[in-house]
Design a protein around this ligand. Sequence first.
Ligand code: NAP
Length: 319
Amino acid sequence: MDPVRWGFLGAGWLVTARTADSLHQASNAELTAVGARDAARAASVNPARAYESYQEVIDDPDIEAVYIALTNDVHLHWILAALEAGKHVLCEKPMTMNAAETRIAFDKAAETGLMLIEAVWMRWHPRMRHIAQLAKGGELGKMTGFNGRFTWQTADAAPPGNYRFFPEYGGGALLDIGVYPLHALLSCVPDFNLLEVTASRRHLNEHGADLTTDITLTWGEGTSAGVTASFEQPATESMHLTFERGEINSLDNEGFCSWRQPARVKINDEIEIFDETDAYQLMFEAMSNRIRGGDDWVLSPAESIKVAELVDSSVAKAN
Ligand SMILES: NC(=O)c1ccc[n+]([C@@H]2O[C@H](COP(=O)([O-])OP(=O)(O)OC[C@H]3O[C@@H](n4cnc5c(N)ncnc54)[C@H](OP(=O)(O)O)[C@@H]3O)[C@@H](O)[C@H]2O)c1
């Protein structure tokens, strides 16, 4: 199979520290171009071509798929531009700023017949796939609760001035890290369409970006879940699921972002260990295979839209 020719928009932390290398490691993909405001930074991740604008990547006739790793406020603009230019799109989480924008993006993808996928890399991790399968499979009985926490201290989260602290760029803890436990929850409940936000508490910074968001959700016959995202609490990345006959606990405080290291999960009294893996690489490989006609699993539009709706409800219901 010919490798899929990828173009990256942006060369910020994620691309330079993680995803460019993961794409280079992928068996069926090549990094044909990267565009960044600083072409030298784009070139530093070793693409075949470096551009100093995002549009040049999209206009490059060799590019088949575009990966967007820009600040969240401009995701929709570049999704639409790439789809209109006939490219498949993988866009970093959160897909856009809200559910209305996310629907516009998926409507355009449907109209063009191209793939649009939200890059929630955790969802490709074999441990997350296993937890979701177990949760839905009924082996432990009905799911009776979920608690997911993704928290950092501001000083570790990002340097001052980073877009994460400004709402106009799509900053805030909920959009940045809260979407991980929300996506994890969706992957585990029997019918994610039933999930509803019942309460939300937010602590905002002086610019109006949330430093902490605590959400309570329910589904089915009132089963409840808690999700916390914070830039001002000690670092945790944990998932705890309870069932009629047992529980599942992520271990090691890397429940959502285990990268190139072994991962563990505790299922009742048993600890299961997963070999080290790179879920970004698995994500690029799965989408590249799909582009070439394979049937690899990819995250569905319905799940991305539902997470965006839950984010909107958390903002609307905040007190
Ligand atoms: N999946 C994950 O593990 C993961 C981890 C971190 C972040 N993310 C997501 O990836 C995206 C980028 O995050 P990051 O951590 O790489 O952020 P970052 O280091 O702050 O980089 C910001 C990116 O946005 C671009 N940008 C465009 N206009 C900008 C402006 N006016 N001010 C600042 N930046 C601007 C920059 O472009 P240039 O390169 O052209 O300068 C850069 O590529 C976000 O959507 C975030 O949610 C995902």
